[in-house]
Design a protein around this ligand. Structure first.
Ligand code: KG4
Ligand code: ZN
Length: 358
């Protein structure tokens, strides 16, 4: 056994026995370089984020090569900033967590390599975290009493999954989008509406001024009894309304279209997630992923959960979109379960969360 393995193994046992163990987490899977420090798994000591939104905005979406280069430049300063905010030095860190996937491979590699360097240099235990497990854990940071089991809707730029969270490290896929993720559909319709990247929050703002029944957008597939969903039909219908009007030289009620599209997406996510939770006999439904910042979705789910006798959880706004605190929390539970990554840890762009998921 290498000297590192020995020290990391001892470090893991010490972390597990220390209720106030400190974990430093790093996230670099897409367009945010983030670091955070947590104590005891759920207490956030600091959060630092460098967003690349201004960098990618000029291209209308994330440019992977530019993302990787920006992560390389920022990861060191962002980690230092997280330590500074917490008033801690590296010698006061007990464990490390890093997003290992899914995400952009070049972007993931930056965080993973940096975390491995720190682990080796300091002899610290390291764990690779699934980004979606991180999003789910954002709910633990917001609700100290929340524990599995519950049903979780994870809606982000790359995923729309309904998951049975059976334990902190135990996930089962109940339903998913068959095509576009909800966030991706928001971004594409926003782009067609001429809104800047990332489109989700911009579309939400525009929708505030619109009538959600201005345009009847429906997707037959989503009205069936299954738990899978489809968003590409809704997206195409919305984009076609814009194109057809442009060809005829007609005006479009942009705010009404944004509001109608938002309502249609949120209705599908809500109906499928609530029926999944009912089928599971769950007592609680949680929301996670970047789209969880959407107020229409939060309100619709809250109301539907009340009607169905389900407790409803959604993360504090600061934990909705990509951040490292959620990665630290998920990493904590992985370490508590005895999962530690070797120094051969790699970035896995298609890392899956649930067994059998493709
Ligand atoms: O989780 P996240 O930050 O990154 C990924 O893991 O993909 O999610 C980003 C996605 C983007 O598609 C963004 O447009 C969407 O979440 N999003 C929103 C809102 N805030 C972020 N979509 C709708 N309404 C929002 N307020
Ligand atoms: Zn994310």
């Amino acid at each position: 056994m290498s000297e590192y393995e020995l020290r990391a193994g001892q470090g893991l046992r010490a972390y597990q026995e220390n209720p106030r163990g400190r974990i430093l987490a790093i996230e670099s899977s897409c367009d945010e370089t983030a670091a955070a420090l947590l104590e005891g798994g759920r207490k956030v000591l600091s959060m630092a984020v460098h967003t690349q939104i201004p960098l990618h905005r000029q291209y209308g979406g994330v440019v992977p090569e530019l993302a990787s280069r920006s992560h390389v430049e920022r990861v060191g300063p962002v980690v230092k900033e997280a330590l500074r905010q917490a008033g801690l030095g590296l010698s006061q860190v007990d464990a490390l967590a890093v997003t290992a996937g899914p995400g952009l491979v070049g972007a993931l590699l930056v965080g993973v390599s940096y975390a491995k360097g720190l682990a080796l240099g300091r002899g610290l235990p390291l764990v690779g975290v699934n980004h979606l497990a991180g999003h789910i854990a954002a709910n633990y940071l917001t609700f100290p009493e929340l524990e599995p089991p519950f049903t979780c809707l994870v809606a982000s730029g790359g995923h729309s999954h309904i998951i049975a969270v059976e334990g902190y490290e135990d996930f089962r896929l109940l339903g998913r989008t068959r095509d576009d993720a909800a966030g991706e559909a928001f971004d594409k319709v926003a782009r067609a509406l001429g809104l800047p990247y990332p489109g989700g929050p911009e579309l939400e703002k525009l929708a505030l001024e619109g009538d959600a029944y201005a345009y009847p957008l429906r997707a037959g597939f989503n009205e069936g009894p299954g738990l899978d969903m489809s968003f590409s039909g809704l997206k195409t219908a919305a984009v076609n309304i814009l194109h057809n009007a442009a060809q005829r030289g007609e005006e479009v009620d942009r705010a009404g279209l944004a509001a109608s599209f938002q309502r249609a997406v949120c209705r599908t996510l809500t109906d499928k997630a609530v029926s999944a939770a009912r089928q599971q006999g769950s007592r609680a439904l949680a929301l996670a992923g970047g789209v969880s910042a959407n107020r229409c979705l939060r309100a619709m789910l809250k109301e539907a959960c009340q009607g169905a006798g389900l407790a409803f959880y959604c993360p504090d706004f600061r934990f909705c979109t990509d951040n490292a605190a959620m990665i630290g929390c998920a990493g904590h539970y992985a370490l508590m379960a005895g999962r530690r990554s070797p120094l051969s840890l790699n970035g896995s762009p298609a890392l899956s969360l649930c067994p059998g998921e493709k």
